[in-house]
Design a protein around this ligand. Structure first.
Ligand code: ADP
Ligand code: MG
Length: 725
């Protein structure tokens, strides 16, 4: 074993679990680092508190005098809790989060300093935005972008910094982040869904969108991971032969959690709870060293903020435990990748919308109305929805090893499917007794017990009792991208629906019948997107293509869906994004795609030439030395005959070495050709079509060499070492 690998392994074996001190019951310290309602109550006047509460519920906007008071209260709380700096915290289009720390100090005019924080600093800042991707919305010389306070998401303290959640927008008002359009999409759902609810019940005044995420991740020993330049620089292994044992025995899922990992999970849970993130579940996942952390659902935008905080927290906490967290969608070949299931549901101010009530026809009709409209929305925009989760890393996951396929379909389970089938086929409305007592053609829907619904793990968009679970989202993603599309598509669809119903009512049709008639039409319309079978099968791919579902798997081509006429119309009609914003986002997506593959190509080229070929050659020389010695000892003829296997091995190695050399040169050439392309779209396509496949070819040879050469010479930690803590 190489010295480096030996050292890393030795260090990894000797690491004991870190002792984590419990700060008590979660209820005692939950949210202690958050400027939440109890803190506001304590640090603000009652009038300011009342206004903040209304603002957080989206019912009012803040008056400037109150902003000053909130800033003062927030500062006092932050200083008392050890904060030294503040930052506007936002989600730029890099997909991560951004922060720029400023100290609270100001000159006091008497050669000293005081701590200050004004309403102006709280509500708006102008970070040097030129370094953030903007897709051409702003040229760098007019690099003005503003971060503006989002009072619906509470400020928090992380690492002694007061973090103020903000949206990030250009001088011209266009969004430069994920949050601004996300908030707009949530508002669009509220408006459209409330209007539809009011067809059934005039007492509904608002609809909220909820999200509960399940975050999958891998943990690897830190020292071993650091000895893998590919993991360090790209987040995934670009080479490595599968270990003899990986997930065949299914013995990792829900298995006993290794001690070091258990300590990490406890620590992560405590830190999350301090930050008000309602983490509830931690368990092993299917692949070795793969785990999951899930939270209690919250309002969409807050939940996503919490997920973004959690992802940075995970990295920090893992480091304390001598571990590296891998959020990449496919860190290891041949075993499961990681996703982030986004559980999505709607609530009115009077109750849940997606829970099948089963009591009255009217309640059932409302439930079916929402289910059918959601299905119609994802059917109409299935390509766009897929585009929202596709990127250079998730491309490796979707459609491979127990990940949802790269085709958007929805699983409903037999109960609801049979209701929809019945409605589709029944052509009759039954009118009973008086005009008021109508009988709709909906069979009773049993009250669904949430955990009683069928489970179909292969479906990318499954109904699971009281919510839809969008499983195609990647583990590393800011799930806003997916939720923006889902929310906007649902809002659009609900609006179309309501218009159709109202038009019919205007022409004299009875409302319930009008609703049912329109639904019947939609049930037929969205049928292609309903699929309860095995999404992993090849038959489904063929069937989905026959049904006209989007089967494209290339990210750069999928990004075109954002600029389809239907998409542009949808986003602008719902007030979520204009065409220039969509174009800008696509430019960024294409260029990010290119850069990711480009970095991988460089790292692989370096590793192949500087690590792998020297090792292969050294081993080859060792074999050759043996062959020569055999000749000396036994004479040429007998010696060669005794060395037959070694000579074969030398030839095989020579073949792999020369293939690697040739292909690395080709890879460089391929990149050079792609790099001169000026259109970001065409460049990304070249990287997808030409550069990425070459990396697989190089890997093929490297992985074969790994199986052939003496373990003693191999410098990089192997899968079997990385995947067991
Ligand atoms: P499973 O792995 O079986 O899907 P988990 O318990 O791991 O179940 O995760 C369930 C997730 O669904 C949690 O994040 C939870 O908050 C979320 N969830 C539960 N009910 C709802 C709901 N009504 N709306 C949104 N998310 C929900
Ligand atoms: Mg789930």
């Amino acid at each position: 074993m190489s010295r480096l690998r030996f050292d890393c392994l030795e260090k990894s074996f000797s690491k004991a679990p870190v002792v984590v001190e419990s700060p008590g019951k979660p209820s005692d310290f939950f949210g202690c680092k958050v400027f939440d309602k109890p803190k506001m109550y304590k640090y603000l006047s009652s009038a300011a508190y009342a206004q903040m509460e209304a603002v957080m519920e989206g019912e009012a906007s803040l008056e400037p005098s109150v902003v000053n008071e909130v800033a003062e209260g927030m500062k006092r709380w932050a200083l008392e809790n050890g904060a030294t700096h503040y930052t506007h915290w936002f989600s730029p289009l890099t997909g991560t989060t951004a922060e720029k720390h400023d100290s609270f100090i100001e000159k006091d005019g008497k050669s000293g300093v005081i701590e200050e924080f004004s309403g102006k600093l709280l509500s708006q800042q102008e970070p040097d935005a030129s370094s953030f991707p903007n897709g051409g919305i702003r040229s760098t010389f007019e690099a003005r972008g503003y971060s503006a306070w989002d009072p619906t998401s509470p400020a928090f303290i992380m690492d002694d910094v007061l973090c103020i959640p903000t949206v990030f927008i250009a001088y011209t008002g266009e969004a430069l982040d994920y949050k601004a359009p996300l908030l707009k999409s949530v508002a669009a759902v509220d408006k459209a869904a409330t209007a539809v609810c009011r067809l059934f019940d005039k007492s509904v005044h608002g609809v909220t969108t909820n999200v509960g995420w399940e975050q999958e991740y891998f943990l690897v020993d830190y020292d071993l991971a650091m000895a893998r330049p590919d993991l360090v620089m790209t987040g995934r292994t670009l080479m490595g032969h599968e270990g003899a044992k990986n997930q065949q025995l299914d013995d990792h899922y829900f298995g006993a959690i290794p001690e070091r990992v258990a300590a990490f999970m406890t620590d992560l849970e405590i830190e999350s709870h301090k930050l008000g993130i309602p983490v509830k579940t931690c368990h092993n996942e299917v692949a070795p060293n793969q785990f999951e952390v899930a939270s209690i659902y919250e309002k969409c935008s807050l939940s996503i903020d919490h997920n973004m905080i959690l992802m940075s927290l995970m990295k920090k906490v893992a480091r304390r435990h001598g571990l590296m967290v891998l959020l990449h969608e496919k860190p290891f070949k041949g075993i499961n990748g990681s996703g982030k299931h986004c559980n999505w549901s709607l609530n009115t101010d009077t109750g849940a919308l997606l829970t099948a009530p089963g009591k009255t026809d009217k309640d059932n009709l409302r439930f079916i109305t929402f289910v059918v409209n959601i299905l119609s929305a994802i059917y109409r925009h299935n390509g766009l929805l897929k585009a929202s989760v596709m990127n250079a890393s998730n491309e490796h996951r979707l459609g491979a090893n127990e990940a949802p396929p790269a085709i958007i379909s929805s699983f409903l389970g037999s109960d609801i499917s049979s209701v929809l089938d019945h409605m589709e086929q029944s052509e009759e409305f039954v009118r009973l007794l008086s005009k008021r007592e109508i009988k709709l053609s909906i069979p009773q829907i049993p009250e669904l017990l949430i955990d009683n619904t069928d489970r179909n793990r292969t479906s990318p968009f499954a109904f699971t009792g009281n919510r839809f679970e969008f499983r195609a989202v990647g583990s590393e993603a800011n799930c806003s991208a997916a939720m923006i599309v889902l929310n906007t598509a649902v809002a659009e669809q609900l609006q179309i629906f309501r218009q159709e119903v109202e038009d019919m009512v205007e022409k004299g049709e009875e409302k319930e019948f009008a609703i049912e008639k329109v639904l019947r039409k939609y049930i037929k319309y969205c049928k292609p997107v309903r699929f309860d079978g095995n999404g992993y099968s090849d038959e489904w791919k063929a069937e989905a293509a026959r049904r006209g579902l989007d089967c494209e798997t290339s990210s750069p081509l999928l990004y075109d869906r954002y600029l389809d006429e239907d998409s542009v119309k949808m986003f602008s009609a719902q007030g979520v994004m204009g065409e220039s914003e969509l174009r800008a986002r696509d430019e960024i997506k294409w260029s990010t795609y290119t850069k990711k593959v480009q970095i991988e190509g460089r790292v692989l080229g370096d590793l192949a030439v500087n690590h792998i070929i020297p090792i292969a050659t050294a081993y080859q020389s060792r074999l050759l030395d043996n062959v020569l010695k055999m000749e000396t000892a036994f004479g040429k003829e007998e010696g060669d005959s005794l060395s037959k296997e070694n000579l074969d091995c030398i030839r095989l190695l020579a073949g792999h070495i020369s293939a690697i050399r040739k292909k690395v040169l080709e890879l460089v050439d391929c990149r050079r050709h792609a790099n001169v392309i000026t259109s970001e779209r065409e460049k990304a396509i070249a990287y997808h079509d030409n550069v990425a496949p070459m990396m697989d070819e190089i890997r093929y040879h490297i992985d074969h060499i790994e199986l052939m050469v003496d373990d003693e010479l191999w410098a990089l930690p192997k899968y079997r070492e990385l995947l067991y803590i």
